[in-house]
Design a protein around this ligand. Sequence first.
Ligand code: GTP
Ligand code: SPV
Ligand code: MN
Length: 599
Amino acid sequence: MPTPTSHAKLLQWVEEIVTLCRPDAVQWCDGSQDEYDQMIQLAVAAGLATPLDAATRPNSYLFRSDPSDVARVENRTYIASRNPEDAGPTNNWIDPETLKATMRGLYAGCMAGRTLFVIPFSMGPVGSPIAKIGVEITDSPYVVVNMHIMTRVGGKVLEVLGTDGEFVPCLHSVGKPLAPGQADNGVWPCAPLDSKYISHFPEERMIWAYGSGYGGNALLGKKCLALRIASAQARDEGWLAEHMLILKLTNPLGAVRFVAAAFPSACGKTNLAMLVPTIAGWKVETVGDDIAWMKFGKDGQLYAINPEAGFFGVAPGTSSKSNPNAMSAIARNTIFTNVALTSANDIWWEGIGYEPPAGEVIDWKGKSWERKEVAAHANARFTAPAHQCPAIAAEWQDPAGVPISAILFGGRRPGTVPLVHQALSWQHGVFLGSIVGSEVTAAALDVQAGTVRRDPFAMLPFCGYNMGDYFAHWLRIGETAGAQLPQIFFVNWFRKAADGRWLWPGYGENSRVLRWIFEQCEGTGKFVLTPLGIMPTDDALDAPASVSAADMAELLKVDREGWLAEIADVRSRHYPKFGDKLPPALLQELDALQARLSA
Ligand code: GTP
Ligand code: SPV
Ligand code: MN
């Protein structure tokens, strides 16, 4: 195959990797349907993909990963800056040259028996001034098809790149060379945990991943480029690369506000972005469900783009009731990973909204399901094109982005944190982002699910540099001359009663909170000042019928004891991690909150 580019640096890099990894063949990807079909055929022939019933799930496929390769691996994710302080206390650091030497050893000959695919991709609309180009080299057809959906792949990207354009080199191998005559034979290829590496070289703007074929470890445009590398670029260039959904909110009069929200992994971004309001006349449309890049426009407002082209969403819990828009988005042309398979060749998972069908069900491990353990892995995912979402906003690919009126932070907190409160200032809002805590979910393999951990700005696993410097960057953004800053809110859909039931129904009912946020942006909301900040009055949210007055009071209570314990934890265990990188303004906010609660 002739090479479709004369970009000298790109050609040289590909040649260097071919020499190192020694694949049997090299294929440049063009993003076409033919190429997609060819990759799927390869995966089906290797026993790695199952075609779903063509009538119920047209052009859709199920993949089952190795049981050891079902989520991100935070302990094997590295930020390799020259100075360890630039990676900071929340990242794993290895000296870049040492790490490269180790990984070159692993990469040597690692693509034997496989084809090396070169995937030129754009994060953001091709040619947009905010978009960034990456080129992923991979030996995984699964990665190629997922990148087709999640990014913009192909010839147009190479055109924009020209002969000397900038790109982020993203090297990926599953780390499982094949001996002559050997095939995958239905076994998902990956390497053992202690030779997996998800490595970032922020100073060189380069990514090297080895040993995992899964999601955020392998689709390198997503967490690796659009968050870890982009966050370092954003720091240098005065913008924000964030783990945030973007939604368009329209009120009954047709007025529009755009909202961005940062919640940790598997804490409700996809669901909020696609929400169907339960309140009459209001409309939510989706711009993005996982990542936002935000830059100041000439008018001083922050404009956000969604750098992705698809959704890599959590399957369990997704139903026609909880998220009908997602269910429509995955009706065709979708890749399912680690869900269950019915005897009618359809998918099934816990919380899909109907009982598992009779007949044999194959669980996510590929075994006949005995109906004891879960049928789908808790972090099972769907990959679907964004344009298939019925609620996709008309502006979702606008290269100029959408102006953000409000930024939300949140997490899974069974206690303490109220349903919603609003920051008193940008600095107070940055403080709230810096103390986000959440019960850990199944989205990462090696952190204990169920325990609460601090996940500042929902960026703990995704900040490509020192988190203390990141806090300072957020504070600096607030000092930008002429800035028309968004209002900042803290939400918590996950409050539980003593008996373990949800205090708040969540999902579509979250529209009541969005309405109050919209009104606060317009200056028409009903609010009270509390020690925590600005909160809705008792009647401002118009509680849903299913929520008792007592539960509503609990949801909007200022839990003085809980917050004092929270403050003590931040003061003794969270903030000290950052040493002298902790901006004094955040400590001032902590002191001020404590003083307000104690007054
Ligand atoms: P990542 O893709 O990992 O970044 O996750 P995400 O933040 O997009 O999370 P997602 O919307 O996929 O939600 C994860 C889980 O939380 C799903 O099982 C949802 O059903 C559940 N969930 C989402 N919103 C709500 C809510 O308002 N209330 C409750 N109780 N659960 C919710
Ligand atoms: C997350 O874990 O926040 C995800 C899924 O969005 S993954 O792309 O696998 O990181
Ligand atoms: Mn995410």
